[in-house]
Structures are given as structure tokens and as C-alpha cells.
Design a protein around this ligand. Structure first.
Ligand code: RFL
Ligand code: PHB
Length: 408
């Protein structure tokens, strides 16, 4: 099999890249090791930066997002039983974010890709990337019990943190910058209207908690007589800081709600609405950057090259930034014959990535309680939060970083 751009992985990075290349008239093949249902239902990100929203719209993949997504103009910081709202448009000259789940972006992009005729192969596992230093990199892969080879002009590794692409960069040329954290997030989905209309990031002596949501799902009424009346079911997405290595099944549903209620408690009459928990999972926290993001004709994009702890809601947005940068660079090369943007790919992406690493680390450190935290650490966290709540400079820094750094 032969193509211009071989894309490994059909997460948001690989799927969006295939769409951007298609729009630019460049052919590609996407190899995805899992099946379609798995990719469409893997619960992950929920917050899109303004720039990500603009890119999806311009790519012709924003129609359902614009219909169903929720525009959010702020977040709430909660600490010492007080609440502080950060107003994004007022602090950033009009920017906001969108609540629209990663699962839905993947569904939209998969549908578009299949409509335009693919190729997008599910159940196709890339085994390696070979010949990245030469003109014809190759990706051997296993599909339907057989082994085949994808021959390409370029390979983009969009295969996430556990993929094979990064391993094709020789160890002598790789530099890894990494931090792991002694805590994780227990995440739940619950069939209950969110208890607040914006996200709540809570710092508490017992640990961090986050209240988020998914856009309401519209279902038909089960009874025939009222079938014409659609029912809106509301979905809350909630997270609790737990020790690293926690098994989600150790936590009973009532215990989760009790702990969330404690950590979100305020001095006013705010209350947490409870409902049936439909999904539970634990996410480890990590900061990770692999430099460089290019080796010859192999380019790394998204989680394959970098990971941020989810406190800054940046992972998916970084993946989008990388593939936009690659698609622009390749289009430029096709139009002008100049490889200057492809040559600058790694440095261009890394500037933005390190800003997001910095922000995600700061948010994590400000809001989580480390197991060995002292009273001094607690006081510093509160001082940081109070500085944001009472000073426009610190608050603007948060609002600018949360709504996203420019892609240019
Ligand atoms: P993905 O989504 O991991 O996709 C990689 C794909 O590659 C496939 N693959 C292979 N295919 C073929 N051959 C192989 N050898 C392969 N090896 C792997 C995999 O099956 C998979 O389909 O990476 P991508 O596309 O770079 O996207 C990155 C995002 O998924 C990730 O950064 C975000 O989900 C992070 N994240 C968040 N990001 C945000 O911007 N906003 C958020 O609010 C946010 N919240 C989150 C998050 C991540 C979380 N978890 C679970 C890590 C919340 C959580 C809880
Ligand atoms: C989510 O809704 O899944 C979410 C929101 C904000 C974050 C992380 C995850 O910082």
C-alpha cells in the first residue's frame, strides 16, 4: 500500500490531520489498532480552546459542535469555602472555551473521513516505523491477521503515549523531560444535571476536586404517546484527586458523592446534586515531553510526543496545534517547494507545548494536595489562589493560558 502521508493512530490528532490533508488535496492513510466503537467511546477530554473550535469549524468539522457544544465564558475557583469566578472574555479580549467531548469530535471526524472515502483502517496495528532517515519511510502493520507495509513520503505518529512511532527516534537523539505525580484522578460520569453552570476547580485540604459536564443528550421519550417530545438528559463529569495506583472499584458510589460534597463545600447555600454514576475510571497524572518531535521524515504529534496533567485541560488542544502546524508546513512545501516550515516543525510546536506544560504544572501544583504537603505548602497554595482572586495580572495570566495560546 502506498500513500503520501502515513498516519498512525485515529485519536483526535490522527483524525483531524487526515481531514486537514484531505482539504489541502494531499492523500493519506490512517492506521488504527483498536476498533471503531472503542475509539468513539473512550472517555477523555471535554474542553476545547477557542483556537481548537476555530480549527474544527474551518476544517468543516464543527457543525454538530456548534449545535450541541456549550460555550463557557468562565470557570470558578473554589478554596477555603469561598468562590471566585474567572471571567474569560473580560480578561482576554473576548475569548471563551467550548464544552464538547473528545468522543464526539472523534465521531464527527470518523463520519467525515468515511464519507470522503477513507482510507481509515480500524484493527490495523502499526508495528514500527522504518527508514525515517531516507525518502521512503515505511510502516509495517498487521491487519485482519495479515502483515502488510504502508509506504509513504512522510509518517506522522499520532499513536498516543503508548504507541510505536516515538521508538523509531534513535535513543542517542532523543531527550525526554518528565515528571510523575503521587496522585491520580478518579473520574466519573453521572446522569444528573451539573450543580453549577460552569466548571468548578476546588482546592481542599483533603485534595482536589473538579466539577465538569458534557452537553445534554437528547433522547426520544420511551412512551409512544409522548414520543414526539424529546427528553434532554443531563450529564455531569466529576473528578476527585486520589492516591496514585488507586483502583476505581475501591470507591463506592455513595462514598464518591460524600467526598465530592466535602471538597466542594462553600460557606453559602450551594449544594451538590447527586445521581446515578454510569462510569468510573482512574487517570494517572504525568508531565512528559519528547524532544525533538521530528526525525527525518517521521513527525510526532499529540500524546505521542507530550503529556500534560489534565488540570489545565490542554492535552487535546495541543494535539490539534501539532497537526495544524504539520498540515500547514506540508502544504507550504507542496506549494513553494520549500521545506522551511517542515524543518521548523519541532521548534514551532515545542514553544507552545512548553507554555502548556508550564500552565498545567502550575494549575496542578496550586490545586492538589501532595501526600507530604506541609502547612507551608498549604499556605502557599492559598496565597496563589488569593493573588488570582484579587489581582488582575495573575487572573489574566490564568484566563489567557486556559483559553489558549495562539497557533501562529
Ligand atoms: P490518543 O487519543 O491517545 O490517540 C492515539 C491513537 O493511536 C492508537 N494507536 C495505534 N494505532 C495503530 N498502531 C499502533 N501501534 C497504535 N498505538 C496506538 C490508539 O488506539 C489511539 O486511538 O492521542 P491523540 O490523538 O494525540 O490525542 C490526545 C488526547 O487524547 C489527550 O491529550 C486528551 O484526552 C487529554 N485530556 C484533555 N485534553 C484537553 O485538551 N482537555 C481536557 O479537558 C482533557 N481532559 C484528558 C482529559 C485526558 C484524560 N485522560 C484519560 C488521560 C481528561 C482525562 C481524564
Ligand atoms: C473534562 O470535562 O473531562 C475536563 C474538564 C477540565 C479539565 C479536565 C477534564 O481540566
Amino acid at each position: 500500500m502506498r500513500t503520501t502521508v502515513g498516519i498512525i493512530g485515529a485519536g483526535p490528532a490522527g483524525l483531524l490531520l487526515a481531514r486537514l490533508l484531505h482539504n489541502a488535496g494531499i492523500d493519506s492513510v490512517v492506521l488504527e489498532s483498536r476498533d471503531r466503537a472503542y475509539v468513539e467511546h473512550r472517555q477523555r477530554a471535554g474542553i476545547l480552546e477557542q483556537g481548537t473550535v476555530d480549527v474544527l469549524r474551518a476544517a468543516g468539522a464543527g457543525e454538530r459542535m456548534d449545535r450541541e457544544g456549550l460555550r463557557h465564558d468562565g470557570i470558578e475557583l473554589r478554596f477555603a469555602r469561598t468562590r471566585h469566578r474567572v471571567d474569560f472574555p473580560a480578561l482576554t479580549g473576548g475569548r471563551s472555551v467550548m464544552v464538547y467531548a473528545q468522543t464526539e469530535i472523534c465521531k464527527d471526524l470518523i463520519a467525515l473521513r468515511l464519507e470522503e472515502g477513507g482510507p481509515l483502517l480500524f484493527g490495523a496495528e502499526a508495528l514500527a516505523v522504518e527508514g525515517a532517515e531516507g525518502d521512503r519511510p515505511r510502516v509495517p502493520f498487521r491487519y485482519g491477521g495479515r502483515e502488510d507495509v504502508l509506504e509513504c513520503d512522510y509518517v506522522v505518529g499520532c499513536d498516543g503515549f503508548w504507541g510505536v512511532a516515538r521508538k523509531a527516534v534513535p535513543a542517542a537523539l532523543s531527550r525526554v523531560f518528565e515528571r510523575t505525580y503521587p496522585f491520580a484522578w478518579l473520574g466519573v460520569l453521572a446522569d444528573v444535571p451539573p450543580s453549577h453552570d460552569e466548571l468548578v476547580y476546588a482546592r481542599h485540604d483533603r485534595g482536589f476536586a473538579l466539577l465538569s459536564m458534557r452537553p445534554p443528550v437528547t433522547r426520544r421519550h420511551p412512551s409512544e404517546e409522548v414520543a414526539a417530545l424529546p427528553i434532554k438528559s443531563f450529564v455531569s463529569r466529576l473528578y476527585l484527586q486520589v492516591p496514585a495506583g488507586t483502583d476505581a472499584q475501591e470507591w463506592g458510589d455513595a462514598e464518591i458523592w460524600d467526598e465530592l460534597a466535602r471538597r466542594f463545600e462553600t460557606a453559602d447555600d450551594w449544594t451538590l446534586s447527586r445521581g446515578p454514576i454510569t462510569q468510573k475510571s482512574v487517570t494517572p497524572m504525568r508531565s512528559f515531553v519528547h524532544e525533538p518531535m521530528r526525525h527525518g521524515r517521521l513527525f510526532l504529534a499529540g500524546d505521542a510526543a507530550h503529556i500534560v496533567p489534565p488540570t489545565g485541560a490542554k492535552g487535546l488542544n495541543l494535539a490539534v496545534g501539532d497537526v495544524v502546524t504539520f498540515a500547514r508546513a506540508l502544504t507550504h512545501e507542496r506549494r513553494t517547494g520549500s521545506a522551511e516550515l517542515l524543518d521548523a516543525y519541532s521548534a514551532t510546536c515545542l514553544r507552545r507545548i512548553w507554555q502548556a506544560e508550564r500552565f498545567s504544572y502550575d494549575m496542578t501544583a496550586m490545586l492538589h494536595r501532595a501526600p507530604d504537603a506541609t502547612g507551608f505548602d498549604d499556605r502557599l497554595q492559598l496565597a496563589r489562589l488569593r493573588r488570582i482572586a484579587s489581582g488582575r495580572a495573575a487572573e489574566t495570566d490564568l484566563a489567557e493560558a486556559y483559553t489558549g495560546f495562539s497557533l501562529d
